[in-house]
Design a protein around this ligand. Structure first.
Ligand SMILES: CSC[C@H]1O[C@@H](n2cnc3c(O)ncnc32)[C@H](O)[C@@H]1O
Ligand SMILES: [Zn+2]
Length: 446
């Protein structure tokens, strides 16, 4: 083993007051350490056994801190960080058609997506997200930004029927997307998914084509579906069936499907999702901000449907803060069901870790702190006024901690945040680029 390989695979130890593996309900380990070698977790043990077992390994000691699996943001439009706050306080249809799509048509290009995705990645690493599912144009630019930063992502090969700056039509979007998939097939942190935007922007024939390719390539599919009552009503008027029924008719209901939003569901549709093994991506803050509706999270969990959590884009949230998002998911469920036991702290944290890993097809690699899984780990500093005293670290993270208490982040064993400083990204340049786009967009011709 040469020196480089040796230094790359030498054990590194992270010791903390609490380790939350996310392998068992409401379970954590006190005064333990996680041992990383290369990309993987190779040991989890009490700190008093470290000297004997790893006498020479360097130890990162994080007193007063909690280690947990990195957060999985299971649905976002990363580059829309550059549109944060451009248009607020509107319902989805008006917001998209009158505010967002005209600006995207005018400004979305390679540089917009590359720099916007960099911005989103910087925000996500700083707030404890180690993996995100993206749905935006120019997936090649998003993949480039992901690869350079070291974060993990499942990047959407987006498809819409209408002409965009990415593709002239749906077929070209599919063809170009498959080229991107091929271009990045050796990446260790980029995976890909088909991302037909929604049943109201992608034709039945195209969805059938995507379904066949998804099965052939064993590639997941993410799609906005049943986001609002208006969407469902319009679709029924035009097609005679509800959007989810169309997806079922096409054969898209399967363990490969990530159904995003799902605020409009009846009991029969929940049974379809459970029988087919579909995943639901719950985006509570986007749903609240656009007044779209409330995803029936407890009925889905009771039916054993896998639940994941996403922020959606920063233009309808308006941040990518997964700690805040999973807190919203829990509190919204309690109010929706008028039941304080709805969506417990652990259930919400699970949706934002293992639930997301399952939805993205990465459950064997990430989502929990377990031997041989990828070292996608975050540390949260609970030794702050705002999170003391600590009776239960899971409760503290879900109901009290803030994203700025994330101190360290590892993805695939590489430390991307060291004592709150990004190690692979230039913060000043990210902010400078954001200001550049703000000036361009705010001075746009009406
Ligand atoms: C085809 S790239 C993604 C496309 O989706 C738009 N978008 C952003 N947020 C939402 C949402 O909540 N529902 C539907 N579509 C959304 C984004 O602006 C892009 O045009
Ligand atoms: Zn979305």
């Amino acid at each position: 083993m040469n020196q480089n390989t040796q230094s790359t695979n030498a054990a590194q130890i992270i010791a903390a007051d609490w380790v939350i593996p996310m392998t068992k309900t409401d379970h954590w380990l006190n005064n333990h350490a996680v041992v990383i070698s290369g990309h993987q977790i190779i040991d989890i043990l009490p700190q008093d056994q470290l000297i004997e077992k790893y006498p020479d390994a360097p130890v990162t000691r994080l007193d007063g801190q909690a280690l947990m699996p990195g957060l999985v943001n299971s649905h976002c439009h990363a580059a829309m960080n550059l549109l944060r706050g451009l248009s607020d306080d509107l319902p989805l249809k008006e917001w998209l058609e009158n505010a967002i799509w005209p600006v995207e048509a005018q400004f979305v290009d390679d540089e917009f997506v590359y720099q916007g995705t960099q911005h989103a990645i910087a925000e996500m690493i700083r707030s404890g997200t180690t993996c995100f599912q993206d749905m935006y144009f120019m997936p090649n630019q998003a993949a480039k930004a992901v690869q350079e930063s070291g974060i993990r992502a499942s990047i959407g090969l987006v498809v819409v029927e209408f002409e965009t700056s990415w593709s002239a039509n749906a077929q070209e979007a599919i063809d170009k997307g498959l080229d991107v998939f091929d271009q990045f097939k050796h990446s260790t942190t980029c995976s890909f998914n088909f991302a037909p935007h929604a049943p109201y922007t992608v034709a039945k024939e195209t969805l059938e084509k995507i379904g066949m390719l998804s099965n052939e390539l064993n590639m997941t599919v993410q799609i906005h579906v049943h986001e609002t009552a208006g969407e469902v009503e319009s679709f029924v008027e035009e097609n005679g069936i509800r959007p989810l029924a169309r997806l079922k008719e096409i054969g898209l209901l399967s363990p490969l499907l990530n159904a995003v939003h799902m605020t409009q569901l009846n009991e029969g549709e929940i049974e379809w999702l459970a029988e087919a093994g579909c995943h639901v991506i719950h985006c509570p803050q986007s749903n609240m901000k656009l007044a779209s509706g409330i995803c029936p999270t407890m009925q889905l969990l009771d039916a054993n449907v896998n639940l994941a959590i996403g922020t959606d884009g920063a233009a309808s949230n308006n941040d990518l803060d997964m700690i805040d998002e999973l807190r919203s998911a829990s509190l919204l469920a309690k109010l929706d069901y008028l039941n304080p036991t709805a969506l417990t702290a652990y259930q919400s944290l699970h949706a934002a870790t293992m639930g997301g890993a399952k939805a993205l097809g990465l459950q064997d690699q990430i989502g929990s702190i377990e031997l041989s899984k990828a070292a996608d780990i975050i540390a949260i500093d609970l030794n702050q006024i705002e999170t003391q005293p600590v009776y239960n670290p899971i409760s503290q993270i879900v109901y009290a901690a803030a994203r700025n208490q994330v101190s360290n982040v590892w993805v695939n064993g590489k430390r991307l945040l060291k004592d709150k400083a990004l190690t692979t990204m230039n913060e000043a340049l990210v902010i400078q680029n954001a200001k550049h786009w703000q000036t361009k967009i705010i001075n746009r011709e009406a």
